[in-house]
Design a protein around this ligand. Structure first.
Ligand code: MG
Length: 266
């Protein structure tokens, strides 16, 4: 059953529907490369996209090409690396727009990931993911994840500061980012402004989604009909749940709600 508030948001046009991928539309897999969309999600996104005045966006921490190939629905907006890369429709090399201030940090990011690759080679189970600027080190598969986390932080904290870069953490991953503030909250606001949205729904599950959940509250203060959905799993951060407008249980619960949303739009 949709809540009254959600019905009110879904009645707005233009309406934005914005989704994270991993942990929201796709259950966690042993490695990021093995993760797949939950069955039925792509056709639900297509149905939402085909409604007049409805704009669908995917906002992911993955690099845009990777996130878009997982979702593989054309005619929606893709935002990669937490807001760094944008594409209207499925991205090709020529359609990806990178936030311009970030380009100066490509080399520093590469240097830090090279360092991690060389110095942490003896540590089993690490996966290094390179992005256009910086990247992520995943330690979910390490035999002792807490030890792996500490070794990564010990190695990278000093050189990261020296190169004017930043380290942030997510579920079993450490990210190397440029100091240019790029986050899902800013991405959400930019998307809302671009389409002059009157209503917007955001759904996410992890630490980096908090910026967007908080931005939903600010957009609402600014007069938009806006709601956040947080996907709850065993290790969901309490601060996300405290700030969520709607909580669903696991990706399956999110997909059930997405189905109801699409039905309500049609
Ligand atoms: Mg996620």
């Amino acid at each position: 059953m949709l809540t009254h508030n959600l019905h009110t948001v879904l009645a707005q046009r233009p309406l934005g529907l914005v989704f994270d991928i991993d942990g929201t539309l796709s259950p966690f897999a042993p490695t990021p490369a093995e993760a797949l969309l939950y069955p039925g999600v792509s056709s639900l996104l297509e149905r939402a996209r085909d409604q007049t005045g409805v704009h669908v966006a995917i906002v992911t921490g993955r690099v845009i090409d990777d996130g878009a190939s997982m979702v593989n629905v054309d005619g929606i907006t893709y935002v990669g690396t937490h807001g760094l890369e944008w594409s209207n429709g499925l991205p090709t090399a020529s359609t990806i727009e990178v936030v311009s201030e970030s380009l100066a940090y490509v080399q520093a990011g590469k240097q830090l990931l090279d360092l991690a690759e060389q110095e942490l080679a003896a540590l089993p189970g690490l996966i290094i993911e390179r992005k256009r600027v910086g990247g992520a080190i995943h330690y979910r598969l390490a035999p002792d994840p807490e030890e792996a986390r500490e070794k990564i932080l010990t190695l990278l904290t000093e050189p990261t500061h020296r190169l004017d870069m930043r380290l942030t953490e997510g579920k079993c991953l450490i990210e190397i980012k440029s100091p240019v503030v790029v986050n899902k909250g800013k991405a959400l606001r930019r998307f809302a402004q671009h389409f002059a949205l009157q209503g917007v729904v955001f759904a996410g599950d992890d630490r980096t989604d908090l910026d967007a959940v908080m931005e939903i509250a600010r957009l609402r203060q600014g007069g938009l009909e806006a709601l956040s959905i947080v996907v709850k799993d065993v290790d969901t951060l309490p601060v996300l749940l405290e700030n969520a407008d709607i909580i669903v249980v696991e990706v399956a619960g999110m997909v059930r709600l997405l189905h109801e949303i699409v039905e309500a739009l049609s």
